[in-house]
Write a protein that binds this ligand. Sequence first.
Ligand SMILES: [Zn+2]
Length: 204
Amino acid sequence: MQGYILKVQKVRDEDCIVTILSPHKQIKCYRFYGARHPIITQGFKLDFELVESKSFLPHLRSTMHLGFSWLIERERLLVWQNFMRLMADHLRDVQESDEFYFEILEMCAKKFHRQNPIRVVLESYAMILKFEGRLHIDTSCFICDGKLNEQVGLGRAFLLAHPECIGKNPLNYDSVIKFLSTASTAHLNDTQIKELYFILLEGF
Ligand SMILES: [Zn+2]
């Protein structure tokens, strides 16, 4: 099987619980420590086998990292691992997952090599919001219900508010709407995408 390592939690000694997103499900499995076992690193794509266990989680065996060249670039890896952590939190209660999520990671992993990683994850997140029917292109503030003006502040899941209602830096309304509706950041500058990225880090 293949999947992306969303999360690695150390448990007693050097064993760990590994959460993997495969095309159709999210798998939680147990990894026994062994000096000759390859290391399991969050964010990597993994080829693996599962051995069912009657008592507990299935055991993770025969693993092989399927690397991407950019994984050795620290900045890219950090953005990628943040994205994995957000995805793991978002899907934490999900077992059968729609292939959409796996495909999003496949697409991101391919784009990470050449493109600004922050742009890649923001654009992917806009697609996730659309897929989940959570894309709110509103003209009123989600906090006070008042009409929005030229400047907006964004809450988690990019909900729109007055900057003063939410206490966030103001962004141009039309630019934000263009980003959300087209899932493109091409019209945004680096300061703007960083602002959006910090909001994304609050959670899906
Ligand atoms: Zn408001």
